[in-house]
Each structure stands twice: as C-alpha cells, then as structure tokens.
Design a protein around this ligand. Structure first.
Ligand code: BT5
Length: 326
C-alpha cells in the first residue's frame, strides 16, 4: 500500500512542470500533508531531486536512473512479472537471493534486482562483472509446469524477450548467440543464466538471471573482457534509463511466457532463429566432452543446437560455448 501511494505520488509530480501544492497532492492521494511530506522525503533519499518552496509546493527536477522497486513498478504493465520486487543496492548475487525466495514459496514473477553484485556469476562457475550503478543485474522466479529437460527453452525465451526489449528501447537489433548471449557487433551485451530447482520429473522453480550492460563506459570493463564485451550506451551513443529497459523486458517476457505456457515452444523457436547470429555459419562448439566444428543449422523443437560436422554428421548440442569466427 505504501508503495502504491509513492507510485501515485511520482505520477502526480511528473504530470506537471509546475509547482503543485502539498494540499493538492494530499487531496489527490487521499492522505495527510504530513504523509505527503514523508513520502517526498523518502523520494529525495532515493535520489529524486525535488524542489520544495513554501506556499508553492513541490516540483520535480530530475529523477535518478535507479532500478529500485518504485522505479520498476511505476507504470509497469504486467500482471505477475515484476509485481513483487526485491531491490538491493549491493548483493553477492541476485541468483543466490532468488534461490532462497524460491524455496520459501515466492510467487511466480518475483524479481530480485540489484545495483551492484560483488559475486555475480556466469555459467560453470565463471564470474560476471557487475559494477555499481551502470547495469541491470536481475533474477526472476518462474514456476512453469514443465519437465526439467525443457527448462533450457526458457533461456531462449528470455533471450528473445531481451532482444525485443532492446529493440523497443533503442531501435538497435542485437543478435542472439546460442544459448545464452546477446551480442551487438559481435560483442556481448547481455548474459543469461538459467538455474533450476527441480525433482526428477518436475520443476519447482526456474530462476532466470540476466546481466545487462546498460550504461557501462568502455574504460570500465576489466581488461580480460574488454575485447568481448560492450554496453548499450557504447553502441547507442547515449545513456539509457535502466528502469525503462527493465520494464520493457518484464512486459515482453510475460507476454512470451504466457504464450509459451499455452502453445509450447514452436513460436519461440521461430522468433529465436530469426534473431540468431550463428545460424548458417561455421562454428566451433566447445562442450564438456570436447570440441566440434561444423555448420550451425538451427535449433530443435526442444531448443538444442543442431550442428552438421564436416563429415555430414548431425549433432545435437545441449550445452556448450560457441565461437563464431568473424
Ligand atoms: C553468462 O555466463 O553469460 C551468464 C551471466 C548471468 C549474469 C546474471 S546477473 C544477474 C544474475 N545474478 C548472477 O549472479 N548472475 C546472473 P557465461 O556464458 O558463462 O559467460 C561468462 C563470461 O562472460 C565470463 O567468463 C567473462 O568472459 C564474460 N563476462 C563477464 N562479465 C561480463 C560482462 N559484464 N559483460 C560481458 N561479458 C562478461
């Protein structure tokens, strides 16, 4: 309830460039002027610049580029995704927190989001660089009634949603590299990590972690990933609102997810293939069992990668790192 008053307050303040009196606000929100004043104080603490002049009232000067609960939920058009938000300034890893919430019975669509991760993780124990204030580090809890083998499809679903959200916000069309990278100009802009809580034949929850380099400056990437990583700001030329991107992502993802639950994977597969960087190219797939070189032909109805090697033999690849030659 407190949250929704604050969100309505944000809407009122942003609805005008003029001063608006405390009395007017308190009428619109149906609360006391002291309550208004307290909420304003809270917003200021959260980085909003709000001017207050006696007898005139309040006026917003700027809103921060924050991804806190208020910002994410303000004018978010979803039913479940992001309707519960746990925001933290700094965490070890949002995945770690999401696992705990999932075990405790968190609702589907619960979002864990942080301004900084100090132990962000990639696949296979790799690290994910998650510096403060520039990116989006988030995990979302899903509870699909699917067998565990199908969970990788959700990685592909998340990737398609991400591409759609990036197009919506920047007009730039990124490419997907199987299974979990989003690239622009061949450099990684988003990484996706899908983790499961499952029994042998049933999924309890799927936790989808996404790391998005939004406003990172090139100089701020560590030397070892600099040649492989980029940010939306670098390619777009100007800083973007992180919360706008999170909202776009949550909206796109909920839509696709609902269709997925109704109709299954086929239409996601089609969209995924239309955004895929590797298809029709010779690639190297590094799997735990060794390397394979061949033509990336597509993905199966289950979401695994189809590779035809130089002897014409077809391989289904369930998990690997892919190199696409430039
Ligand atoms: C991934 O792993 O790409 C999955 C990354 C998932 C991160 C999100 S952030 C929110 C949630 N909480 C977490 O703790 N994790 C998830 P993988 O395909 O294994 O790629 C990891 C590799 O990408 C590293 O070994 C680096 O080479 C590179 N890398 C690390 N940080 C990067 C960054 N910020 N941008 C681009 N590349 C990066």
């Amino acid at each position: 309830l407190e949250e929704s008053i604050r969100n309505r307050l944000i809407t009122i303040l942003f609805g005008t460039t003029q001063f608006i009196s405390g009395e007017e606000i308190s009428k619109q929100l149906n609360c006391s002027r002291t309550a208004v004043w307290k909420h304003i104080k809270e917003l200021k603490k959260n980085g909003y610049q709000i001017e207050s002049v006696p007898k005139k009232g309040y006026r917003v000067i700027s809103r921060p580029d924050r991804i806190s609960e208020d910002e994410v939920k303000h004018q978010l058009h979803t039913k479940r995704f992001g309707q519960v938000v746990h925001y933290h300034e700094s965490v070890t890893s949002t995945q770690e927190i999401a696992h705990r919430f999932a075990l405790d019975g968190a609702l589907e669509g619960t979002l864990i989001i942080a301004d900084e991760q100090v132990k962000g993780r990639g696949r296979l124990g790799r690290a994910w660089h998650s510096p403060k204030g520039t990116g989006i580090w988030m995990s979302i809890i899903l509870r699909p009634a699917i067998p565990p083998q199908q969970a990788p499809q959700l990685t592909l679903l998340a990737a398609v949603s991400m591409v759609k959200a990036i197009i919506r916000v920047t007009n730039i069309q990124p490419e997907i590299k199987w299974p979990n990278d989003i690239l622009i100009n061949g450099k990684k802009i988003v990484g996706i990590l899908t983790e499961l809580q499952a029994e042998a034949d049933r999924v309890n929850s799927v936790i989808i972690g996404m790391g998005i380099n939004v406003n990172t400056a090139e100089v701020n990437f560590p030397a070892d990933i600099l040649d492989r990583a980029t940010s939306l700001r670098v390619v777009h030329g100007e800083a973007l609102s992180r919360s706008a991107l999170v909202k776009a992502l949550l909206e796109e993802m909920e839509k696709l997810y609902d269709t997925y639950l109704d109709e299954g994977f086929p239409f996601i597969k089609v969209m995924w293939e239309s955004y895929a960087a590797s298809l029709g190219k010779m690639i190297t797939a590094r799997t735990l069992k060794g390397e394979l070189y061949g033509l990336a032909k597509g993905i199966t109805a289950e979401g695994s990668l189809i590779l035809e090697d130089e002897d014409g033999q077809i391989h289904n690849i369930y998990s690997a790192d892919i190199d696409i030659p430039k």
